[in-house]
Design a protein around this ligand. Sequence first.
Ligand SMILES: Cc1cc2nc3c(=O)[nH]c(=O)nc-3n(C[C@H](O)[C@H](O)[C@H](O)COP(=O)(O)O)c2cc1C
Length: 186
Amino acid sequence: MKVAVVFHSASGSTKQLAQAVASGAAVVSDVEVAMVEIVGADIIEGRFRNTKLLQQLDKADALVFGSPTYMGCVSAQFKAFSDATGELWSTQSWANKVAAGFTIGANLSGDQLNTLQYMQVFASQHGMLWVGLDIPGNYDPEMRNRLGAQSGLIAHSVDGVLDETDLLAARYLGQRVAQVSKKLAA
Ligand SMILES: Cc1cc2nc3c(=O)[nH]c(=O)nc-3n(C[C@H](O)[C@H](O)[C@H](O)COP(=O)(O)O)c2cc1C
């Protein structure tokens, strides 16, 4: 079972979440986890060009998408990556892969939900199966999902220092994606 955490991060906070998601997925037995970073250098004249990266994702059973919230949506780098997958859309070659998402913003209510919703639509365009969080906000003894979104993980940091509960929720999201993927494959 292969889980890929596909993310863009400019100043490192989304990357910290991605590492936590990956570590959560890795605790599930027989799961191989890859960190797949979207970098600006792969965007040439506005188009994301990294065939190897897309081929790596083809082989994964589950993709967890991560992007900072920029201007109320995914970053331009993440969007360029998602546009590049348009070539796969007509064949639906990612259909029935499991998908999930996480984001972070500097404002408590900085329109991060729109970022998750974009990722969810993106996954649906590929026929993927979206997995949200099954942690009801403010009802968790560990205070994971403190911001209460269940479409995916919304984290918040004003200075790039991650809240421990957001990292716990990210770990949990990774674990959940790996477990659901195994269940589907059984
Ligand atoms: C161009 C730009 C736009 C941003 N837009 C938002 C926003 O709409 N909502 C929000 O809460 N934070 C916004 N932020 C803050 C980032 O989401 C936040 O700093 C995040 O932690 C950056 O992630 P990174 O460290 O992975 O790059 C914005 C930051 C930048 C640079």
